[in-house]
Design a protein around this ligand. Structure first.
Ligand code: GMT
Length: 373
């Protein structure tokens, strides 16, 4: 198949999933055309089968805000014609579904161009549910030729908010060979010069990720045992989290390392992942950690309980319950046997339910069904 994929290129889990899906499809013989405002960060290698088409934005004095949705629609239609696309698959409903539908309509009646929308989370629960965007988000979903969601939770939330449930659940996925624990002695020694166990948090530091809670949990853990906290990523809440660490007098025990390209190295160096999010429709960070044998301390929200089994592959708590999260973390740090066993089970659970070998064929099958409809 000739598949057009659109993602947000620089920010968020939906961009990661869309990019990795494209590369997986290409490795199975399909040709994938990424159509985005810039090269997606996870798209490390372009080739005959993985191509990139940049959305060109015309600036004009009359445009107070550049009309990206229209520029994207124009590019989608152009690529569909020149590259003979079979379908468009957009990740994140707003505005990508609307652009794709415009592109589809602009090509009629000469060309058929089915639109598939994958819902990722905040496009439904935050942005889409906001009154100002709700009608247009619903339109984008209902008018798509196929809709997928990355968890059962998100399918149910979409049904409730948008009164629409013709949605296939295709969960996020992990490549078992790319995501596996490997020796990283040098990094571990840098992050933990005195051999302390490492807690890690990986996110885009938006308010919904509650990174300040990681600092609160860590402060309580430090009262019980030695440890270090590694904060990977960047975003609006980073300075707040750093400030809280200074206020609590624990900043010397924390490393804020910013965005990192080699997440697997950081996970391989770590003992426990902290994911105290306010909302999480899936929790890709949890899945990546689990594949690297890192047990997860997370909030019991959204799709997280589908990914992390409480007491088996991690521990779940109510949002903001930093007391319980710190008790669970300290328990894991104190009991190496338990930590290793949970880590082993976490990898087994991640691979047996979410490996690319299981999930990518589900997307291919979905494309075929939409094309045949
Ligand atoms: O929260 C993010 O990291 C960004 C956001 C996005 O759509 O880019 O992530 C959502 O999609 C991820 C990939 O499918 C999921 O793993 C996240 O749980 C989801 N985030 C939220 O629901 C808050």
């Amino acid at each position: 198949m000739n598949i057009g994929i659109t993602v947000y290129p620089t920010y968020g889990g939906s961009g990661i999933v869309g990019s990795e899906l494209g590369m997986e499809l290409a490795s199975r013989g399909h040709t994938v055309h990424f159509i985005a405002s810039s090269l997606p960060t996870r798209l490390t290698k372009l080739s005959e089968r993985v191509r990139f088409h940049e959305v060109e934005m015309m600036s004009y004095p009359l445009f107070e805000h550049q009309p990206y949705t229209l520029a994207l629609a124009t590019k989608m239609a152009k690529v569909a014609e020149t590259e003979n696309l079979d379908l468009l698959h957009v990740h994140y409903a707003i505005p990508h579904s609307i652009s794709a539908i415009l592109a589809r309509e602009s090509l009629q009646p000469n060309r058929r161009l089915p639109v598939i929308t994958t819902l990722h989370g905040t496009d439904i629960t935050l942005v889409g549910a906001d009154r100002s965007y709700l009608p247009i988000t619903r339109y984008g979903i209902v008018q798509s030729d196929g809709v997928t969601a990355i968890s059962n939770y998100l399918k149910d939330a979409t049904a409730e908010i948008f009164d629409f449930d013709n949605i296939a659940v295709i969960p996020n996925f992990i490549c078992a060979s790319d995501y596996q624990r490997h020796p990283v002695e040098k990094l571990r020694a840098e992050l933990s010069p005195n051999g302390e166990p490492l807690l890690v948090h990986v996110s885009n530091f938006r308010p919904v990720k509650r990174p300040v809670d990681c600092v609160e949990i860590f402060a309580r853990v430090l009262k019980e045992t030695k440890a270090r906290l590694i904060m990977v990523g960047d975003g609006s809440e980073r300075s707040l989290a750093e400030h809280r660490a200074r206020c609590l007098g624990i900043d010397e025990h924390c490393s804020f390392v910013g965005k990192q390209p080699k997440i697997v190295d950081y996970l391989s160096a770590s003992d426990v992942l902290l994911l105290p999010s306010e909302q999480e429709s899936f929790g890709l960070a949890a899945l990546e950690a689990m594949a690297c044998e890192v047990p997860v301390i997370a909030s019991r929200v959204g799709g997280v309980p589908e990914v992390v089994t409480d007491g088996e592959t991690g521990f779940l708590s109510e949002v903001g319950d930093v007391e319980k999260m710190s008790v669970d973390t300290a328990r894991l740090l104190a009991d190496e046997e338990l930590r290793r066993e949970m880590g082993r089970r976490a990898r087994e659970s991640a691979i047996s339910r979410y490996s690319t070998d299981l999930i990518i064929p589900q997307y291919i099958n979905f494309y075929e069904r939409v094309l045949a409809a």
